[in-house]
Design a protein around this ligand. Structure first.
Ligand SMILES: [Zn+2]
Length: 97
């Protein structure tokens, strides 16, 4: 699953994989070259592929449940709200809205 982010320096949007260990310029904005997480570059390079892989696994598992005739429906709207809430709880920035 594509995870996008916005550079705080140039405000351009990029995919996390564009700044991961396989990127042309790992740990830097693909547009303006701003360096991300200067003090945590090693951790960032580990965690970006992990986040992508976990997101894929998450979607895959839920898709498999959805594809079964379970007799229940996953509350996707509630799930997204909960994901948002939990991620926002760790946000270092003040969300705009
Ligand atoms: Zn930038």
């Amino acid at each position: 699953m594509k995870i996008e982010a916005r550079c705080e320096t140039c405000a351009r949007i990029f995919s996390l994989s564009q700044v991961g260990p396989d990127a042309q310029t790992p740990g830097r904005c693909p547009f303006c070259g701003a360096r991300f997480a200067r003090h945590y570059t090693t951790v960032l390079m580990e965690i970006i592929p992990q986040a992508g892989g976990s997101a894929d696994a998450f979607i895959h598992a839920l898709s498999r449940i959805q594809a079964m005739d379970t007799g229940f429906d996953i509350d996707i709207k509630g799930l997204l709200a909960e994901v948002t809430k939990q991620l926002r709880a760790h946000d270092q920035h003040t969300p705009a809205g």
